[in-house]
Design a protein around this ligand. Structure first.
Ligand code: LFR
Length: 486
């Protein structure tokens, strides 16, 4: 007899996947059922282009993946959805009003200005504990308000909550992702209605909060039919912010170990029992994001594999689809590993690298402006990007030590970047710390584990769940190499 499973839908900024997972013989079982591209669309909208998520295409792809999951394993006990954070769909009367904006759309500068005119950055930080990122939900909503879009809406649903709504008909806001809006009180973990009021956001714009592990609702009968699923299969709230799910699956070796959730972004942080809201923490722009089981993810967004994927997109030419790519990532990395000439370290946090576009040209321009010799050729460019990311991680880890008073000896790298052997080695080299790499699918694993616990397939706190992760996916160890001049 086949063991019971749960289905994890994990939507990343460049691709999505549906994974069946379960626990058998004291180990985690994971099986990829579907993988699909997430390609944003740029649409003209009156004054200029808007960058949007193609959310209906994503829904179609994930529904097809779920249908496949039910064909392969009829005994699926639960479905859970996670995605990147901060973005949302505006709704009216249960209908989506338009395609959600991509957080990399350039419209948010105006929102930052108007929010800061009403509430100072210091006050915002002391209330929400959130790092300043120009695309935080609070700034996006301010733009919607100014443009009149918000007046048409009676609800905002975060991306994973929107998917859950389409599956169940229930509107909720999952807590870990709610924390990325900038509208959640860092101490009480409830909506900060006082702040919403001052920003002219209607009370009740967001649906009530729900914690990871709670049941959102059963599949709508029409949806169940479409998916070939039994009626009423529960959709369970997981750490719907992908980073929250990823951190569930970090096989921490000690409580002072740092993590790097490495994908489009590199989220470099520590798990803490409570928030750090000091002025020093604010000045260093660290975030306190709510994690699963009430933990705090104290971290900083550093750029990530985005720099590499956008470079590859540029080298392959416009309109190239995944299957047409000519640049081979593994080959580029091995060529970059063989580079012996010194390459420049640039500031990966410079805002010029946020919007989609020609990253190699932007890196070259940055170097020229800073009197550095730009990388020559693709191998040097890749090496320069990876060295610069690793250097940024090292800075963040040093800062975290002084802000939290902890001494960090090890760094766990999870997510897609944990497969990038050169990046892992450079991270060990530049941080001077032992790196443990893996698991690659940390986000989906965290999604599976939280559902599995709610479905009664496994019991225990995060430490127990992490022991399962460590037992199933043995991390790869990298020790710092001594190098002459970093
Ligand atoms: C990572 C992530 C980050 C968030 C960024 C934008 O996928 O969720 O945690 O800051 O995407 O939503």
């Amino acid at each position: 007899e086949q063991a019971a499973s749960v289905a994890a839908v994990d939507l990343g900024a460049t691709s999505g996947r549906v994974i069946l997972g379960g626990i058998s013989g004291g180990r985690i079982r994971m099986r990829h059922v579907a993988r699909f591209a997430n390609q944003p669309v740029r649409l003209h909208e009156g004054n200029g282009p808007g960058l949007h998520w193609n959310i209906t295409e994503l829904y179609r792809s994930l529904a097809a993946g779920l249908a496949q999951a039910f064909r392969e394993e009829p005994d699926v006990r639960s479905i859970g959805v996670d995605s990147w954070a901060v973005d949302y769909g505006l709704m009216r009367g249960g209908k989506l009003l338009g395609l959600p904006y991509h957080y990399r759309d350039g419209r948010t500068a105006d929102g930052v200005r108007s929010v800061h005119a009403a509430v100072t950055p210091d006050e915002l930080y002391s209330r929400s504990g959130l790092q300043h990122l120009p695309f935080n939900t609070v700034f996006q909503l301010a733009v919607d308000r100014e443009r009149g879009d918000l007046a048409m809406a009676d609800r905002a649903l975060m991306v994973p909550d929107l998917i859950a709504y389409w599956l169940t008909g229930r509107q909720v806001t999952e807590e870990t992702n709610a924390a990325t809006t900038g509208l959640l009180d860092a101490r009480t973990r409830q909506w900060d209605t006082g702040l919403m009021d001052r920003l002219g956001l209607p009370e009740g714009l967001f649906a009530p909060l729900i914690a990871p592990g709670e049941r959102i609702g059963g599949l709508l009968s029409g949806v169940a039919e479409e998916l070939g699923a039994p009626a009423g299969v529960p959709v369970t709230a997981v750490g719907s912010h992908d980073t929250a799910s990823a951190v569930v699956a970090v096989p921490f070796t000690d409580e002072n170990a740092a993590f790097i959730s490495s994908g489009t972004w590199s989220l470099v942080g520590l798990e803490l029992p409570g928030p750090v809201l000091t002025p020093e923490s604010h000045a260093a722009n660290f975030t306190n994001e709510g994690g699963v089981d009430g933990r705090i993810r104290y971290l900083k967004n550093v750029s990530g594999l985005w720099l590499l994927s956008e470079s590859i997109r540029t080298w392959d030419g416009p309109g190239t689809t995944d299957s047409q790519r000519t640049s081979n990532l593994a080959e580029l990395i091995s060529q970059a590993a063989a580079v012996t000439a010194p390459v420049p370290v640039f500031d990966v946090q410079d805002e010029r690298f946020t919007a989609p576009g020609d990253m190699p040209a932007r890196v070259t321009a940055w170097c020229e402006e800073h009197g550095l010799r730009p990388p020559r050729g693709r191998a040097e460019m890749v090496r320069s990007i990876l060295e610069s990311l690793a250097a940024a991680y090292a800075d963040v880890i040093e800062q975290m030590e002084s802000l939290t008073g902890r001494s960090i000896r090890t760094v766990h790298v999870v997510g897609g970047g944990s497969q990038n052997t050169l990046l892992c080695q450079l991270t060990a080299d530049r941080t001077g710390r032992t790196v443990f790499a893996g698991p690659v699918e940390a986000t989906a694993i965290g999604n599976v584990l939280v559902q599995a616990r709610s479905a009664g397939l496994v019991t225990g706190g995060l430490e127990e769940l992490r022991r399962l992760v460590a037992r199933t996916f043995e991390p790869i160890r990298y020790e710092p190499r001594v190098r002459a001049a970093l």
